[in-house]
Design a protein around this ligand. Structure first.
Ligand code: PGA
Length: 255
């Protein structure tokens, strides 16, 4: 059975002091959780080292929010996989819709970044999802399938990559995809994997839902067969909310 993953995405929020305060409250509120739930946080670059140190004995994985597809060299403002590993980071978000929308990331850069992570031994959490216009034009299935197709050759080992389905219209808007809408896309992603690598491989892949996930809707989402957790923006900034989500996942997997 797949382990659930709850991953906070802090985006461009919090400073070093707030990081410390967050983790004391979060760890106090959650206490401990079972090994069937993995807790992760994608934090700004400036907080990575402190976050790794603060969480190292708690089994929490710290992710970068982006990484360069290049090894090293004249790429002003970029951060390499080796630099992340140097401060103990083992994973990175790749192709978040805000990176695609505001920083011109494309399926091709997402594919190169995924490959770079896997070659370096970093876990990529690859984000896909359709815009509102695409959903309204009934293009959700084809858009998501082509975003997945861009990286599918690299996902040979399903335990070394995580996918996050985040409908762009649900991110930060308070609108959540219904459980059924999300499940439908997650099932299609898994089928795409199964077609390429077989059912056994596809069953091992974790696919998270993102887009206004919060304490009040996480349990319903997690009940869906192909939803393995959440990538959580706004609600992960409040220790009490994110702790409640971790507890909900824990309860669901260990009734
Ligand atoms: P949200 O963000 O939970 O605030 O909608 C999710 C994300 O962008 O990862």
């Amino acid at each position: 059975m797949r382990k659930a993953v709850l991953c906070g995405n802090w985006k461009m929020n919090k400073n070093d002091q707030e990081l410390g305060a967050f983790f004391s409250e979060f760890l106090e509120k959650t206490g401990s959780w079972s090994s069937r739930v993995e807790v992760m946080f994608a934090v700004p670059y400036t907080l990575l080292k402190s976050a790794v140190e603060l969480t190292k004995d708690r089994g929490i994985t710290i992710l970068a929010q982006n990484v360069s597809q290049h090894d090293a060299g004249a790429y002003t403002g970029e951060i390499s996989t080796a630099m992340l590993q140097d401060v103990g980071v083992q994973a990175s978000l790749i192709g978040h819709s805000e990176r695609r929308q505001y920083f011109n990331e494309t399926d091709s850069s997402v594919s190169e970044k995924t490959q770079r992570c896997l070659q370096a031994g970093l876990l990529p959490m690859v984000c896909v999802g359709e815009t509102l216009e695409q959903r309204e034009a009934k293009q959700t299935a084809t858009v998501v399938a082509s975003q997945i197709a861009a990286v599918i050759d690299q996902v040979k080992d399903p335990e070394k990559t995580i996918f996050a389905y985040e409908p762009v219209w649900a991110i930060g808007t308070g609108l959540t995809a219904s459980n059924e809408q999300a499940q439908e896309v997650h099932a299609a992603i898994r089928q795409q994997l199964a077609k390429k690598y077989g059912e056994d491989v596809a069953q091992k892949l974790r696919i998270l839902y993102g887009g206004s996930a919060k304490p009040g809707n996480i349990a319903g989402l997690l009940e869906q067969t192909d939803i393995d957790g959440g990538l959580v923006g706004g609600a992960s900034l409040k220790a009490a909310d994110f702790a409640a989500m971790v507890q909900a996942a824990d309860k669901q997997l260990n009734p």
